[in-house]
Design a protein around this ligand. Structure first.
Ligand SMILES: Nc1ncnc2c1ncn2[C@@H]1O[C@H](COP(=O)(O)OP(=O)(O)OP(=O)(O)O)[C@@H](O)[C@H]1O
Ligand SMILES: [Mg+2]
Length: 281
């Protein structure tokens, strides 16, 4: 994106408005080309990193199964830690490539009407076993209206799952996480609230940026790459929506997402029936 100052400097060098428009078009085309080659580069690097990582993970899994002989306790611990680290590294590579694709505009969204209630209900069901390990209850407000938004269901499910995973990760045991659905004007919205520690004030302004994580001991221990929320923001904005949060240190956080309402899709043309056979002579 050009700044106002850059635009004025270009305008000053152009002899008329048409020249100015042409120069802007050329710059924009070059910018897109650059973004695409950057994305290609990251995808290639990602692939090159993932291939040996898969082999390392395979070897570690075999060691853990004691295929190469019994392991002393200390060695087993070390192998288990290495497996956890290799999973973190794989997630980090995948997240990073995904974010790059989203931010460069080369991710494609398959837009269609999405029933928010169904999508949230499914996400909560998927994560309940994980939350139950710490007696955390996941609830969907039953009075929520049925709202349909225009979105890519897989990408929106990714946003919901990231927000719920954060809520679970940062919530105290035996607390409740609640999802609610609503409308604001023509737009649909949903929110996910937890009873966790809140987002520390020093990162609130930057929390949607890459690799930003709270520095407090407890939150750092929770683990994670600090990419989840930047991916959520890139997806929601790619879907022409917005994401924001309200938080109170010590009592909880709510993430809100607003998305355009579903546009009525034209009904499929009625199939033409074969002409009825007329038995009359
Ligand atoms: N519900 C929440 N309650 C308290 N803090 C939160 C919450 N959600 C996010 N944060 C803070 O924002 C930081 C960034 O979140 P983000 O999801 O981007 O990264 P992460 O969860 O640390 O790692 P990743 O999602 O990449 O595994 C978190 O590390 C945490 O400090
Ligand atoms: Mg996260």
């Amino acid at each position: 994106m050009l700044t106002e100052q850059q635009r004025s400097r270009i305008r000053a060098c152009c002899k008329d408005e048409q020249d100015f428009t042409t120069v802007l078009e050329i710059i924009e085309a070059e910018r897109r080309k650059l973004e695409h080659s950057k994305t290609d580069f990251f995808s290639e690097v990602g692939h090159e990193l993932r291939t040996p990582l898969t082999t390392i993970q395979g070897t570690l899994a075999l060691l853990a199964k004691e295929v190469a002989g019994p392991l002393p306790d200390k060695a087993r611990e070390m192998v288990e830690q290495a497996i956890k680290d290799s999973i973190r590294l794989r997630d980090l590579i995948n997240y990073f490539i995904d974010l790059q694709r989203l931010q460069s505009g080369s991710a494609e969204f398959r837009l269609q009407p999405v029933d928010l209630y169904r999508l949230l209900d499914q996400a909560l069901t998927n994560l309940r076993p994980f939350a139950a390990r710490r007696q955390i209850r996941l609830a969907l407000d039953e009075n929520s209206p049925r709202v349909r938004v225009e979105a890519d269901p897989d990408r929106l499910a990714q946003v919901i799952s990231n927000l719920l995973s954060n809520a679970i990760k940062f919530s105290p045991s035996a607390s409740t996480i609640t999802a609610e659905i609503g409308r604001s004007g023509a737009a649909g919205r949903f929110s996910i609230s937890d009873q966790g520690p809140g987002i520390p004030p020093e990162i609130q302004q930057r929390v949607f940026r890459r690799f930003v994580k709270a520095d407090t001991g407890e939150q750092r221990q929770a683990g994670g790459s600090g990419l989840g929320l930047s991916i959520c923001k890139a997806i929601v904005e790619g879907l022409n929506g917005r994401i924001w949060f309200t938080t109170a240190v010590g009592s909880g956080t709510t993430f809100h997402v607003e998305l355009p309402a579903a546009t009525p899709h034209p009904a499929p043309a009625p199939e033409r029936k074969a002409a009825a056979h007329d038995p009359s002579p």
